[in-house]
Unconditional design. Structure first.
Lengths: 225, 337
């Protein structure tokens, strides 16, 4: 069983080949890094998984669901299985931290008691329980990123995608974020992290998938430390 | 295959799960919760949409006022038409046919004619006015008793006043009736002032059409105003829509707050239009009643009434919702993460 499977996938924007015949698989419960320079196709690859873009050729499977056959009405339900952490965290500043984290649960239709319980559990996990009534704009960059992670995991997704989650953070905060993501992986969540923070990637022993110019350029298998 | 912290199987969020053996029972129990949560979310969204309108009170107030004016205009005409109808209805009852009998016939002959007319199905009432009674009435009401007294004989014929069972709209039937009456024995002439009845009805028909056309145009204006306002609201919440779509919000979920915004705009505009109309009617009541009393009519200016108020409010809400629906349908598709 795979969480993500790419089968000879290409994505073209006009004449530009953003992804070129990419084939790889992320097993359920696996954690891996996706590396490459900016423009290597990392973001395109994540967008294909989220079905924000459609593959030009080839097939993308998420939890064994073929995205080339997905109906528009099913897309929201695909996305509910995936928790996404963005580099610019994509928080909404017109509502509290609590409401930001609660958003996926409101969408999924949780009753208010269960919702509050889960939101607090997620905030507790990222160490921001005390900030629940604050506006995210009052928080530091690292805290905002942690709110983003809480929102990504609150609905207990089977897969977490992170797009440059440590992009704007100093090494200490980056390590914190990574260890958070590792904790989720340790309870069975599949995690794919796009990052060009090579120092960080080298230190962590997970599998690395390299992209360059839209092509896979080899992998580094997970290392047993 | 690995499990998350809870025992919930992962694919259950992807597809409707009732086919799973053990999932069926849990989803059944959860359906009630889900429904409650759905309703709770509607309430929350409705309240939040209303709250957002009050965050910018001046802008929202202006929109409400514009909507109120657009709604109040056709409604004013509608109420005016309603009143004219009522007024013409009271005229209707007096739209009688006067059947003038030959001079010199006996009252018994006249009574016989009346009995005959009375037996026709299209006649609702008849009244016999003898020549003597006619002279008396005339001298009393016209104040010409001196002049009339000087006449050697009664110049007035006996009259049968006939109230037909027809409305002024049945002009052909009235003409037929008139023809039939004039062919009766001992009838000198039949007088039916049809033209004013016809003119009034044509005028009312025209008026009604003007009201409908104006109403349709202004309903369109309301739709456009709300559509445009919602479009701006969507632009302002573009980021939110993107995030909601990213975390799995359905189109219905994205649409919902804007539909409520449209409903609130419609309801506010409708209420304000009602107030405008009520104030206007109140302002007009005294002069209209004075004018009417000069004509000795018991006509009373009809206000909006409960039914019309309800119609005004519900059509305002419906237009708000519809305008929002159109705007949301057009613009939300363009916002994709």
């Amino acid at each position: 069983m795979s969480a993500i499977r790419f089968d000879n996938v290409s994505k073209n924007y006009g004449a530009h080949h953003a992804l070129n015949e990419v084939t790889f698989e992320l097993a359920k419960g696996e954690m891996a890094f996706l590396t490459g320079h900016s423009g290597a196709g990392k973001s395109t690859l994540l967008k294909l998984i989220m079905h924000m873009e459609k593959a030009s050729h080839g097939q993308v499977f998420v939890n064994e669901q073929n995205l080339s056959r997905i109906k528009p009405a099913q897309v929201p339900f695909l996305r509910r299985q995936i928790g996404v952490v963005f580099q610019n965290h994509q928080l909404l500043f017109d509502r509290s931290v609590f409401e930001n984290v609660a958003l996926p649960l409101r969408i999924a239709g949780y009753d208010s008691r269960e919702l509050a319980r889960r939101v607090r559990a997620a905030l507790d996990k990222v160490g921001l329980l005390k900030a629940e009534q604050k506006n995210p704009i009052e928080l530091s960059g690292g805290e905002q990123q942690r709110v983003g992670i809480a929102r990504a995991v609150v609905n207990k997704p089977s897969l977490i995608l992170a797009d440059e989650p440590t992009g704007n953070l100093d090494p200490k905060l980056s390590a914190e974020i990574m260890s958070l993501l590792e904790q989720f992986n340790s309870v069975g969540v599949s995690v794919l992290i796009a990052s060009h923070d090579l120092a960080l990637i080298r230190r962590l022993k997970h599998r690395v998938i390299g992209l360059e110019g839209g092509r896979l350029i080899g992998e580094r298998p997970a290392q047993v430390s | 295959m690995s499990a998350t912290k809870t025992s919930t199987p992962k694919p259950s969020t992807s597809k409707p799960a009732p086919s799973h053996k053990h999932g069926a029972s849990t989803s059944k129990v959860k359906f009630g919760d889900r429904w409650a949560a759905y309703l709770a979310h509607h309430k929350l969204t409705a309240a939040d949409s209303l709250r957002r309108l009050f965050v910018t009170p001046i802008a929202s107030g202006m929109t409400w006022l514009v909507l109120a004016i657009a709604l109040a205009l056709p409604m004013t005409l509608y109420v005016a038409m309603d009143n004219i109808k009522q007024l013409s209805g009271s005229w209707q009852q007096t739209s009688q046919i006067s059947v003038f009998l030959r001079t010199g016939i006996k009252d018994s002959q006249g009574q016989a004619v009346m009995a005959q007319i009375q037996s026709w199905p299209q006649i609702s009432d008849t009244r016999y006015i003898s020549a003597d009674d006619a002279l008396k009435q005339f001298s009393n009401s016209a104040g010409l008793s001196d002049v009339l007294a000087s006449l050697s004989s009664n110049p007035l014929p006996a009259v049968i006043s006939v109230v037909p069972n027809l409305t002024g709209a049945d002009a052909d039937m009235l003409a037929q009736l008139q023809q039939r009456l004039s062919e009766l024995p001992n009838v000198e002439s039949v007088q039916l002032d049809m033209q004013w009845v016809q003119r009034l009805y044509q005028f009312m028909e025209l008026g009604q059409r003007v009201v409908w056309a104006l109403g349709a145009l202004l309903a369109l204006a309301v739709l456009l105003i709300i559509g445009n306002t919602i479009r701006l609201a969507i632009e302002n919440r573009r980021d939110e829509i993107r995030v909601v779509k990213l975390v799995g919000g359905t189109d219905a979920f994205v649409r919902r707050p804007f539909l409520y915004t449209g409903i609130w705009y419609g309801l506010g505009g409708g209420l304000l239009a009602w107030v405008l109309l009520a104030v206007g009617l109140f302002w007009l009541t005294a002069p209209v009643e004075q004018l009417i009393s000069l004509y000795g009519s018991d006509f009373q200016l009809k206000g909006l009434g409960f039914g019309n108020s309800l119609m005004l409010l519900s059509s305002a809400v419906l237009l708000g919702w519809l305008g929002a629906w159109v705007a949301v349908g057009r613009h939300i598709k363009s916002i994709e993460p």
